[in-house]
Design a binder for this molecule. Sequence first.
Ligand SMILES: C[S@@+](CC[C@H](N)C(=O)[O-])C[C@H]1O[C@@H](n2cnc3c(N)ncnc32)[C@H](O)[C@@H]1O
Length: 278
Amino acid sequence: MAQTIQELLAIKPSGNSQKTQYVDTVEAYDKWAEVYDTDGNFLQRLDTIEMRTLLPQFIDRVSKRFQPSPQETETTTTHASLVDLGCGTGRNTIELLSALSTAKKANHFSVIGLDASRGMLDVARTATHEYGAKSAAQTPVELGILDLLQPELSKTQLPSSLAGPGAVAVFAAAAGIMRAGAYLLVTNMHAEMGMRSQAGFTDERGVKVRPTSYCHAISDVLDAAAEAGFEVEEVVGAGADGVLVRGVDEQLGDVLGARAKKWVGVRVWFGVCFVKRN
Ligand SMILES: C[S@@+](CC[C@H](N)C(=O)[O-])C[C@H]1O[C@@H](n2cnc3c(N)ncnc32)[C@H](O)[C@@H]1O
């Protein structure tokens, strides 16, 4: 079993005296949901900035491979689905809807957001409804429960368009609901940050609540993806391994806000696009 970040950090005490409570991942996200989008998390801000260039590339790629013919666009009621796995509060689900609209592909796809936390999905439901009403979005959106670590358990609750073979790990679970040639865009905290800190929020009692989290080196992510049948697809700005890595420098620290300052000089984020082999 992989070491949790809690276990890694126990070896290197932080010196921070704030009371910390480690809770089950999903339970923590249920509690975090209400303030997740507003508690000043700089990694979300960085992710949003990077998604502005990654999502158009992703949509372009998916469209070229799975584009319906003009007749199909007119007549079909079933669209290829774009799935936001671990969609949380719908932050990126809405970015995706907006990017589809900008690319004039809003009626070519449906969007499905899946997450293990009902609390996060409740926030996502409100946010996507509000976005739909405000923008008159044409893309059908569905939200549902999926625990990527227990896909067999939650499979029965999956939207029927995603019913597929079961799998055991995150990439295998993703592969289980994807067709051959489909693309998977992954963004995450970089292990260099994950070795020093982990996600969490301060609750109404002033207690820092931290979900059980794991820290995965990029090489481990690439190995796990390859094992589940994925190949890396080049994205603009990626390194030789095809992975886009972002560290915080002084300039980006100014853009990302006060909480990013202590991370200057540290790699904090990575993004990588995969394609599912045949
Ligand atoms: C760091 S948040 C990111 C949320 C969203 N993707 C975003 O970028 O704002 C991680 C999300 O993954 C979800 N999650 C954690 N473990 C999961 C699992 N085993 N299966 C599905 N979702 C999970 C959490 O509930 C949470 O919403």
